[in-house]
Design a protein around this ligand. Structure first.
Ligand code: RP5
Length: 166
């Protein structure tokens, strides 16, 4: 059995070329003070590393896995098939198909193995982290308060922008 690490969210990506997008998720996790890790592994280029990560994540204490991948994006699905943890997928625009390839590869999972698939790109990465925070907040009142503040701040920002328009 692998030792507990205190890490609650794993942010996994298929290539370092995904990092500029996946940083959006990492930044949100930092903002909420969520212990997290950032890992590189590929469903196709490093299948054994992917399997060991997925097989050990739960026993290491990880609660939610966020996965970003582009092109024939099988990483989230392959990880979801080897863990019972919630897996949130972020399709990345990495090819001339503009991310539609990754979206369909991530979202079209067969019944029984879910991947909670977000929007393509930065908004998807950001939402993946917020979704992870929402899941963790189910059992954490402090986190729930931070989420309420986050939402309230977004509303204030809109009002500020409105004033700037006038
Ligand atoms: C996917 O292939 C990765 O997630 C990345 O989005 C895409 C291209 O990878 P690189 O060729 O830039 O390493 O597996």
């Amino acid at each position: 059995m692998k030792k507990e690490t205190g890490i609650l969210v794993s942010v996994v990506m298929g290539s370092d070329s995904d990092l500029p997008i996946m940083k959006e998720a990492v930044n949100i996790l930092k903002e909420f003070g969520i212990p997290h890790e950032v890992l590189l592994t590929s469903a196709h280029r490093s299948p054994e590393r992917t399997s060991s990560f997925a097989g050990e994540a739960a026993e290491r204490g990880v609660k939610v896995i966020i996965v970003g991948a582009g092109a024939a994006a099988h990483l989230a699905g392959v990880i979801a098939s080897q863990t019972h943890l919630p897996v949130i997928g972020v399709p990345i625009d990495a090819t001339s198909l503009g991310g539609l390839d990754a979206l369909l590869s991530t979202v079209q999972m067969p019944g029984g193995i879910p991947v909670a698939t977000m929007a393509i790109g930065k908004a998807g990465a950001r939402n993946a982290a917020i979704m992870a925070v929402r899941i963790l907040a189910l059992k954490d009142d402090g986190l729930r308060e931070k989420l309420n503040d986050y939402v309230a701040n977004m509303a204030k920002e809109i009002e500020k922008k409105q004033k700037n328009l006038n």
